[in-house]
Design a binder for this molecule. Sequence first.
Ligand code: GTP
Ligand code: SPV
Ligand code: MN
Length: 588
Amino acid sequence: MTSNQNVLRWLEEMKALVKPMNVVWIDGSREQMEDLKKQALSTGELEELNQELLPGCVLHRTAVNDVARVEHRTFICSRKKEDAGPTNNWEDPQVMYEKLSKLFNGVMHDRTMYIIPYSMGPIGSPYSKVGIELTDSIYVVLNMDIMTRVGKDALGQLGDSNDFVRGLHSKADIDEENRYICHFPEDNAIWSINSGYGGNVLLGKKCFALRIASYQGWKEGWMAEHMLILGIQNPKGEIKYVAAAFPSACGKTNLAMLIPPEVYEKKGYKVWTVGDDIAWMNIGKDGRLWAINPESGFFGVAPGTNMKSNPNALISTQKNTIFTNVVHNLDNNTVWWEGLDKNPPENAVDWKGNPWNGKTSDVKGAHPNSRFTAPAINCPCISSEFSNPAGVPISAIIFGGRRAKTAPLVYQARDWEHGVFVGSVMASETTAAAAGAVGVVRRDPMAMLPFCGYHMGDYFQHWLDMGKKLGDKAPKIFNVNWFRTDDEGHFIWPGFGENLRVLDWIIQRCEDSVDAVETPIGYGPKPEQINLDGLDDVTMETVAGLLDVDKKLWLEDVAAIKEFYAKFGDRLPKELSDELVALEKRLS
Ligand code: GTP
Ligand code: SPV
Ligand code: MN
């Protein structure tokens, strides 16, 4: 498939380590994928779903101990410990290579090794990058084929270059005790063993496109971020693009595909999806920030996805989709999950593979982190710019998280530096996307806590440096929170499509066509500036409450931020500690 000596040399080295029974190059052809799918169906690794209702769709169940990212077993193996920083697990690269070599030694002796060349980003884009993943899992091959641009084109893009990310993955025995997801940023390498779950094994995604790429972006002067990208088209046909960083399972896919409320739709507003999880952003020739989506599919959270909350996501999953850890409805051989509809199947199999009756069972049928892998081209609102090698120009950057209290519905940062501060102190309640407790508030700067491949203090400095380069062409920075709750714990803001009402204010701020109120934390809308037309159950008083800045809660937050910032020692940029002092002053 290639004469690239850098690739061939590395392959020989890896083959000598894992000693595969067979080696198969993935060329990206339909025939090859169909063939692999058939093999996986014959072994039970995949189950074929109803091909009339869900053409091309299959179901997969992971091991019950292997259902989410494992942050405590994820390592950044930089040569110097301090370069991984206080928020990453670290191990010396030599020590880790040795330890993993023992686990990888001969691990594929009775298995086929698949070689997947892939491009993150459109083929031909100056911003795209190539990786090669070696894996013993057909499930991984089929997922990578949806999520990235796989095969000959990617190798063509690489040419003779040595600039490719070397990914090695084996399911091994799915042994939790020996599960490792390891990154060697200085070697462009990722080794992952003993898992079969998405974020741990689709090495193009979080491992490359965020952890390794964030490091590359730092060195090369661009940004790899955990952000959706969407275009908002106004009635005049003008499209403004925004990028938004929310932590895992906090609403990126939903916002990226939102359906405008009827009053907006009637006026002619449209929303276009460019990406739902990852943005690579470069300064373009015109000095503005341009973003590409390095992926080509959606690895979305299934529970809660329905025809009301996110019809575009649901429609995207109706063909050529891989479902993982959802309910198998045996009556019609389709799938189900909590929040799909109010009609759970009675004759079904749950995500663990046990018989399940949705009418009588008191346990959940789908895992809370069950997922669909769907081709982006299936999405009814996919942007015409989705594969544009130049990307799209970003007008606003939006941070957000799950906060029951404290964070208001929306506010704007005072300037770029303050915006970096706002992103750096983001906090959110944890979700099922990672193993561990759910619902605990933790700091998650720029939604990158689990994904930053180097010292987070240096990462903050990189953000500040990018702002200096962008100057007055820098996107405006905002913070949103869809998740404020009332005393009974119900969400106050209706969310989903109605979030366009908030984006509307954000776009108006970017166009300088609306004023704002100054608050201690930044600039907020006047309640009447949030358009509530056609939204009967939300009053202006409710919005005023959602925009309220509770100084007492914020001062508590300041104390927590001080503690968090202390971790970074002298690698915390002075601009950020100054911002914290200034915030405290404005609050008292
Ligand atoms: P990852 O793929 O893990 O990065 O997640 P994500 O950020 O793309 O999250 P996603 O859009 O899949 O949403 C996760 C959960 O949040 C789903 O259960 C949604 O139903 C819920 N959710 C999304 N948007 C909103 C919103 O505006 N309001 C409320 N209340 N819930 C929302
Ligand atoms: C996330 O957890 O942020 C995801 C899913 O997008 S995973 O690919 O598992 O990281
Ligand atoms: Mn994500």
